[in-house]
Design a protein around this ligand. Structure first.
Ligand code: KG4
Ligand code: ZN
Length: 358
């Protein structure tokens, strides 16, 4: 079975083809990745310091068909070989989601194949099941730490389609805090990776930033106060804060920010591992690419004897492969998606959509 995946929830247009044959034959899931085409709109939105929804939708429209052709060409397949179409139905920007949804459903109807509306976060949290390098894959049930520009959640994953929310951010997502901190430090949008890199040049101990909700006793997070603490430091030290200042101020502050964010993420995640008694942890979403977070979780895992799994690095941020793969897993495990069960003929998107009840 060949599944086409379409991701257009934010500022990446991703199309990919996934072949379920290796997985069905008990071979590594990663072997099913056939063709993938991705266009990031980051450069287009950079001048505005964030994603401009209308520009995003228009660019998805421009890119989606050429990217499908590219993915098919890479996979050496044609339209007729597609057996199902999986597209991101939500959450995300309404106009951007509509492009992928309209395109995916129309194509599925034309091909007389099923269309599946996939939850974007399900795509992220199942992607480590593809198996990166030689690390193997997590076993159900596992805990997933989902860290992206729009979400920060700890989720108990019992099976494909069975998710239990353990905790989440009460305000900003951690990726959002990274991006806002990047802007405060004079780095370009989206600056998560740049903050992380700058932090490697910084020294410990110069700033003591808060660790929000570290001792709250639950598995929830809060990151807006941390970003404000960065802003306050910049205001107090305005003589050092410019990008050209010879002082290591910005690097030391980036270090303190990353240290505070990672400390809270790791603390709550280890607590979730203990509470659920799970052996496997999945780290997913854009911030899963963060080196400091990976290292800290790795060392916590060693101490507490659990295993950490990541998606392949290039699949941490948004892409079509994870949507195709989530669609494939739903089809193989016979878990229907919302769209399959609705089948109203009209296409709907869900800009706000919880993967698990609160
Ligand atoms: O999952 P994603 O591509 O899009 C959303 O669904 O939000 O995540 C993007 C987020 C951005 O906030 C970006 O700054 C952050 O992931 N990010 C990073 C790193 N790479 C991407 N944050 C910290 N360190 C990184 N290396
Ligand atoms: Zn995402």
């Amino acid at each position: 079975m060949i599944v086409l995946g379409i991701e257009t929830s934010c500022d990446e247009t991703g199309l990919a083809l996934y072949d379920t044959a290796p997985l069905e034959a008990g071979r590594p899931a990663v072997l099913g990745m056939m063709g993938q085409a991705l266009h990031s709109q980051i450069a287009m939105h950079r001048d505005y310091g964030g994603v401009v929804p209308e520009l995003a939708s228009r660019d998805h429209i421009r890119r989606i068909l050429p990217l499908l052709e590219l993915a098919l060409k890479q996979a050496k397949l044609d339209l007729k070989s597609i057996d199902a179409v999986a597209y991101t139905q939500g959450p995300g920007l309404a106009g951007a989601l509509l492009v992928g949804s309209a395109f995916g459903q129309s194509l599925a109807q034309a091909l007389q194949k099923p269309a599946l509306g996939i939850h974007h976060l399900e795509g992220h949290l199942l992607s480590p099941l593809l198996g990166a390098a030689s690390d193997g894959v997590p076993n159900f049930p596992f805990v997933a730490l989902l860290v992206s520009g729009g979400h920060t959640q700890l989720m108990l994953v019992k099976a494909v389609g069975q998710y239990e929310l353990l905790g989440e951010t009460l305000d900003d997502a951690v990726g959002e805090a990274f991006d806002k901190t990047a802007t405060l430090l004079g780095l370009e949008y989206p600056g998560g990776a740049a903050v992380s890199k700058l932090a490697t040049l910084g020294k410990a101990g110069r700033f003591n930033l808060p660790r929000p909700m570290l001792h709250s006793g639950d598995l929830d997070f809060s990151f807006s106060g941390l970003k404000t603490a960065v802003l306050n430091q910049i205001k107090q030290h305005s003589q050092f804060a410019s990008a050209n200042a010879g002082d290591n101020f910005r690097a030391d502050l980036a270090y303190a920010f990353v240290e505070a964010a990672v400390t809270v993420l790791v603390s709550k995640t280890t607590k979730a591992m203990q509470l659920t008694n799970c052996r496997d942890l999945v780290l997913a979403g854009g911030v899963a690419a963060n080196t400091q977070l990976r290292l800290a979780l790795q060392s916590a895992a060693k101490n507490l004897q659990f295993n950490v799994f990541y998606p392949p690095l290039e699949l941490c941020t948004d892409n079509g492969v994870m949507i195709a793969f989530a669609g494939a897993l739903r089809l193989l495990s016979k878990v229907s998606s919302e769209t399959q069960t609705e089948r109203s003929g009209a296409f709907s998107v869900k800009p706000r959509w919880d993967l698990a009840p609160h």
